[in-house]
Design a protein around this ligand. Structure first.
Ligand code: MN
Length: 227
């Protein structure tokens, strides 16, 4: 009898712990060396951008979310209701998520053109790859001040380009066009100023040489599967 009681108690405790398990995001290692994106994105910029800017968003997010119920949902779920959370949480949660995606959609010896379904969808929406890049550049260079440019999957599975201010992203319920982001470009000055100074356009042009298209394609597949 005691053994049965113990097992029941253990099971209840396990379930309770699992339910309360906060979905604290991890500060993932950079998937390549600081100098791996040279000469397009310089080593010093990557080192400071990842190690200090991204790290600060992450540390602040953990601090701000502690003693709240914020991590009882995934970041993606939290973004869908972010308007009801304090602005500092919105900024730092966005800052962490956006940079984590940014590092992953770039890679050394990457670039070129997308293939397969992703290429078909880009051509269907933007006519061709060159026109897609033009549209994306317009969004990235037209973002006044600090923010991001995005390629997103819409609810009907089609693609669209958008841009957001500060550390907002298209998953947030803050008035942006909502969608699932599969490619992003950071256009804060800290992302390019050391190498490109005020020439944001040159930074955007260089970005195409490091885009990790297989990763973007796999994120498209995931977004379509989740619909
Ligand atoms: Mn940044």
């Amino acid at each position: 009898m005691q053994k049965v009681l113990f097992l029941v108690l253990a099971a209840v405790l396990t379930v309770t712990c699992l339910q309360a398990q906060p979905a604290v995001p991890e500060f993932a290692p950079l998937p390549y060396a600081f100098d791996a994106l040279e000469p397009y994105i310089d080593a010093k910029t990557v080192e400071i951008h990842y190690g200090r800017h991204h790290r600060a968003y992450y540390d602040n997010l953990l601090k701000l979310a502690s003693n709240t119920t914020f991590f009882e949902r995934s970041l993606q779920e939290a973004f869908a209701e972010i308007a009801s959370w304090p602005e500092a949480l919105r900024n730092n949660a966005g800052g962490h998520f956006n940079h984590d995606l940014f590092w992953r959609v770039m890679a050394p010896k990457a670039g070129g053109e997308p293939q397969g379904k992703l290429a078909e969808k880009i051509n269907a929406t933007f006519e061709n790859f060159a026109k897609f890049k033009e549209e994306f550049k317009k969004a990235a260079s037209g973002r006044f001040g600090s923010g991001w440019a995005w390629l997103c999957v819409d609810t009907d599975g089609s693609l669209f380009i958008t841009s957001t201010a500060n550390q907002d992203n298209p998953l947030m319920n803050v008035g942006n066009r909502k969608g699932t982001p599969i490619l992003c470009l950071d256009v804060w000055e800290h992302a390019y100023y050391l190498k490109y100074q005020n020439q944001r356009g040159n930074y955007i042009d260089a970005f195409w040489n490091v885009v990790n298209w297989p990763e973007v394609a796999s994120r498209l597949d995931q977004a379509l599967a989740a619909k």
